[in-house]
Design a protein around this ligand. Sequence first.
Ligand code: GAL
Length: 427
Amino acid sequence: MHARTRRARPRLLAGALLVCTLAACGPATPEVTPEPVADEVEVFTWWASGTEKLALDAAAAVFAEQHPQTVFADAAIGGGAGSAAKDLLWSRLAAGDPPDTFQVHGGAELAEHVANHDLRPLDDVLDEIGLAAVLPAAVLDSIRVDGDTYAIPSNLHRANVLWANTDVLRDAGLEPTAAFDSLDDWLVALDAVDATQVTPLVLGSAWTQVHLLEQLLIAHLGPEGYRGLWDGRTDAGSPEVTAALEDFERLLAYTNDDRDSLDWEDAAFRVANGEAAFLVMGDWSLPAFRSAGASIGSDVVWAPSPGTSGVIDLVVDAFAVPTEAPHVGGALQWVATIASAQGQTALSAAKGSIPARSDTSLQALHPYQQQTVAALRRDELVPSLAHGGAADTATLDAVTAAVGAFTTGTTAVAELQAALVHALTSR
Ligand code: GAL
């Protein structure tokens, strides 16, 4: 979709040459390195509305406390998982109009930016705060490219969560639990809900469909097999992948008709309100349930999505700083805030995530989050496809298109699998 080619850059240099020509300045002109501008920071995210905006506001409030002289300019563009923001970001970067700092996923998505634009190495920031010592190794890996650090992680999400409304389950004659030993057990529960008037499994638009398929791939391939999809060790044409796609097809039969126009937060509200029984979604939905008045642990319960127990499908939210950021000083202040224990706690407490740093107090966090912190230490971590950790944009776009063709009924399992093989082998 995007032309990922390194832009012919130096806008500033071109400007400087022009000034020199007009002023006829000679080689004697002293070179002046301007101080990084720090009176403002434009922060580009997709945390534009609902509970995500509240979380960003919470981090911005810490920023205002830590850097009272700097104006925080919120440049958030709505759409879950950056579905609209990422395209705009790429065009701004390509046009030489970068924000001061932008949200980016650790892993493949960050590496792609590093290959295509000039991002400021942030090793100094990392060292100054002593961050390397308190980040899990997988997180540290995800923000480094060829040994250099290009983003500062703000928070970590778990993507493989099954959420369930307990009243809906009881009304269908089921145990009020989201924990299923196998996909088959879950299908039995979905059947029971299907016999009532309630949507068994609420599903949203394109990226949430990829998000659901991703959990089935992890369930069928296991963490090692799933990781192998992204580095060529696992054949996407294998029978295990076929089985995952067949389960995907089975699950679609239990989903809502309006899925293609539903974003994740409204899907979460349907579970909170009892209009749907189950949702497979990352833990950014925790605050959405709570804002709808649901108590987590009683009204809404959760478990690793079926077949993924012992694995965390990890999403690393981080911030990068383009070399040409107009307010580099402000950007460095922002990454310092989101790297600070106070910034990380404020953001995660409002966002359902956990701090990326392992040395923050967990007191302000919900018991769900405290359990996730413990799980992070013991579970296998795998990178998310739908959330930029596992593969580059072209691959994700190709998989998303193939999934869309399948969920809208244009293709069958065999064609979807062929499209996955093509997307993964033609890179
Ligand atoms: C993810 C992001 C999360 C959350 C979610 C839904 O990609 O990492 O922080 O914003 O999308 O929008």
